[in-house]
Design a protein around this ligand. Structure first.
Ligand SMILES: Cc1ncc(C[n+]2csc(CCOP(=O)(O)OP(=O)(O)O)c2C)c(N)n1
Length: 742
């Protein structure tokens, strides 16, 4: 046993072990022999016999500056970081005064103010976010030059979760960016019922650390002191190495993160409803003798100063060593104190009122849309952009206009200049020593202006940085940056690539965040979408558009004009919600328009009426406005007298249904044309809403078929001909009424 702890820490370790045991005991008792517990409507996972892992490691950290990303067996770490027994129990009992307002019933909580990163059911999903928090903390720490020790993030998960792609991406990201993260693995040798040997062929999870370029070691997960000391060392190492870019590069040192794999055994069912024995009786009997609470109690009682000092030969060393002694009475006093405290918490939680049904209709967004009556924002005609897309540009065309790509770049530039909390990251956004600027060149020039001259990604203060090719880690990092209070803008190179690990980050981690925790989570995911790259299924389809549209809690922005692109992007930074910002690949260089040179914002959630009419409502968004599609067709029909309300949605979520209803109530006919897959797509969904309000409406929906083929992009999504035909059907006009040379 090491002896460099103070007396208070020895006792804290004991107190927290007992606290976790006692609090979780209350939940266990609720289940008794029954399948369903009286006060706990959901399942409950406890850490019986594994408490030493969360507690030993968390007590090695400093809750004032360090953070934890919890796992389902690490509840003890939460108590160390300030979770109260009352909060834990009331959350399980769905009480309205509980931290999640009774919206959870489990341990899916997070408290940024207490440095606890939220856990969700999806194994490993919060680990990329933990790395994002570490990245953000390091950035702030180096920027502020406080001279204090660098904060670290402890990240908890099990041997089963360790098989998740999100965890691989996160570990690789942490190594690549030399982040102060400690991965604390609770290896209880089984994942529900799957034994460790069926989970992986690797001898240990700690071994993987070498592959990521950092340190890994194995701890005795039932010995709280062993876990404490190993974590402590790992924390010191992380604090030291993470801030030292130069040494890491020149000396080729191992990087700052560590894996501490804590070996233990799960002593009961996977959750409290299960009565299945997962271990055989021989194993059980062996491990019950190693129970962390009893084991540590004995360690404390056996710690006799005189006996230990008698074995130390060096007199100086004897003087230095401090060995506190503990009596049975003192520990019994703590036992009693913890029991009383937990009973009081239980009584309060059990007797308080349950959550109310009103919680069900709470908004998934922290901010309501606030009306903005600036006429520029609503009725601006996109004709400047349109008038030049189907012919060679003249000098006049160029004068006073910029491309969609340049408008986005302008917004990013202003965002970085305006607020030091803004960081931009993604694949190749820095690239080629700061010269690449992403595959579409949107961030070109920004690293050179805003970074510190180091493009390696290791400096910690880079405002614009490259990430590994790991979309889950990228969006997870954005979530973490946001949790830590920064303003992240990440780039996903092509929208279809979002389907890798980042899908879970957006749909499971980010979209649910505000509703459950009531803490806003604001970040922007810029992504190039749709046609224009001739990439077929894998670069150019818009499959994910409708998937995100279907997900509560996200916002989706899809500008068609450079003016809107700049204003909407600057507004997106203030949304306090995850915003997917769709940038048309086709439109990047082809769509031009006038843009205000100043900093301005365009409200999110508000459509624009581009043409005013009375015969028909046409609804579209993004590049479909142009691309030889909706606007050309509308202008063509106008030549022969058609009168059309053309609505540019600009924001797909939240959707401005009021603008659509206003128009269809007048025209009674509607055409909705999008670039996403028609089947189950956004256009169909909008049409369903309209029909429910106005059953007599005549309507038509246009979208893409299921089968993108690169060379037929012009026929894939609604082209001008299809739009003209649809307008004809809805307004009883014939195609030959329109000029054919547009
Ligand atoms: C992504 C995902 N897949 C499956 C599950 C279902 N599930 C819940 S806990 C669990 C086992 C996790 O094992 P491990 O990480 O070793 O933790 P343990 O429960 O053994 O402590 C599984 C498969 C899940 N929650 N998340």
């Amino acid at each position: 046993m090491r002896k460099d702890l103070d007396r208070g820490t020895y006792l804290d370790l004991y107190r927290y072990l007992l606290l976790a045991r006692e609090v979780e005991g209350k939940v266990r008792a609720e289940f008794g022999q029954n399948e369903r517990a009286s006060l706990v409507p959901s399942v409950a996972l406890t850490s019986f016999g594994e408490e030493a892992i969360g507690i030993g490691s968390a007590l090695a950290a400093d809750p004032k500056k360090d953070w934890i990303a919890i796992g389902h067996r690490a509840i003890g770490a939460c108590f160390v970081f300030g979770l109260t027994p009352e909060e834990y129990l009331s959350n399980h009992f769905l009480r309205s005064f509980s931290p999640m307002g009774g919206r959870d019933g489990n341990i899916h909580f997070g408290f940024p103010d207490r440095h606890i990163i939220r856990f969700i059911s999806h194994m490993g999903a919060n680990v990329p976010a933990a790395c994002g928090v570490a990245d953000a903390l390091k950035y702030v720490y180096i920027m502020e030059k406080t001279g204090e020790a660098l904060p670290v993030v402890l990240c908890y998960f099990g041997d089963g979760a360790a098989s998740q792609g999100a965890i691989h991406e996160a570990m690789n990201y942490a190594g690549a960016r030399n982040l102060p993260v400690i991965f604390v693995v609770d290896n209880n040798r089984t994942a529900i019922g799957t034994p460790y040997e069926a989970q992986t062929g690797a001898f240990s999870i700690a071994d993987r650390a070498r592959g990521y370029g950092f340190h890994g070691e194995i701890a005795n997960g039932n010995d709280v002191l062993d876990v404490y000391h190993r974590t402590r060392q790992a924390i010191e190492r992380a604090r030291f190495l993470s801030a030292r870019t130069r040494e890491i590069k020149t000396l080729n040192l191992l990087r700052a993160p560590s894996i501490i794999e804590c070996l233990t055994l799960r002593m009961s069912g996977h959750n409290e409803t299960e009565k299945v024995p997962y271990v055989n009786s021989q194993e059980y009997n062996e491990w019950i003798g190693r129970d962390p609470c009893g084991f540590y109690r004995n360690q404390l009682l056996k710690m006799k100063k005189s006996e230990i000092l008698a074995k130390v030969l060096d007199p100086k060393e004897r003087e230095r060593i401090s060995v506190p002694e503990f009596s049975e009475e003192e520990l019994a006093g703590i036992d009693a104190e913890v029991k009383v405290m937990v009973q009081a918490a239980y009584d309060k939680a059990a007797q308080s009122s349950k959550t109310t049904i009103e919680n069900v209709s709470l908004s998934v967004y922290p901010q309501k849309y606030v009306a903005d009556n600036n006429p520029n924002h609503f009725d601006q005609e996109p004709t400047a952009a349109f008038s030049i897309i189907n012919r060679k540009l003249t000098k006049e065309d160029r004068e006073g206009t910029i491309t969609l790509a340049d408008a986005i770049k302008d917004a990013l530039h202003m965002a970085l200049e305006n607020d030091p909390k803004v960081r931009i990251f993604g694949e190749d956004v820095c690239g080629a020593y700061g010269k690449k600027g992403g595959v579409f060149g949107i961030t070109q020039g920004l690293p050179e202006k805003f970074n510190d001259g180091d493009f390696s990604g290791l400096s910690g203060v880079d405002r614009v940085f490259d990430t590994p090719i790991a979309e889950g880690a990228i969006i997870g990092s954005a979530i973490g940056h946001a949790i830590a209070g920064l303003v992240p803008i990440c780039e996903i190179q092509f929208m279809p690539f979002i389907s890798t690990c980042s899908f879970s980050q957006l749909i499971d981690m980010a979209s649910t965040y505000y509703f459950t925790t009531r803490h806003p989570l604001g970040f922007v995911v810029r992504t190039a979408y749709g046609l224009g790259f001739y990439g077929g299924h894998f670069h150019s389809n818009s499959l994910t558009e409708a998937m995100f549209y279907h997900t509560p809690g996200l916002k989706i922005v899809c500008p068609s004009t450079p003016y809107d692109a700049k204003g909407l992007l600057l507004q997106a930074l203030e949304e306090k919600a995850p915003v997917i910002f769709m940038e048309s690949i086709w439109g990047y260089s082809r769509v031009r328009g006038q843009v205000d040179k100043n900093y301005y914002k365009v409200p999110i959630g508000k459509a624009a009426l581009r043409r005013k009419g009375s015969d028909l409502t046409v609804v579209t968004w993004g590049a479909r406005m142009y691309f030889n599609s909706v606007l050309p067709a509308v202008l063509e029909t106008e030549k022969s007298g058609a009168s059309i309300d053309l609505i540019d949605l600009r924001t797909l979520k939240p959707l401005d249904m009021a603008a659509i209803y206003n128009s269809v109530a007048k025209t009674c006919r509607v055409l909705i044309a999008g670039e996403d897959i028609a089947n189950g797509g956004i256009a169909e969904s909008i049409m369903a809403k309209i029909i429910q309000e106005y059953p007599y409406i005549r309507g038509k929906v246009l979208g893409a078929p299921d089968t993108p083929i690169p060379q037929f992009e012009d026929f894939y999504a609604p082209n001008m001909q299809k739009v003209l035909e649809a307008i004809e059907k809805l307004t009883d006009r014939r195609p030959q009424d329109y000029a054919s040379d547009a």
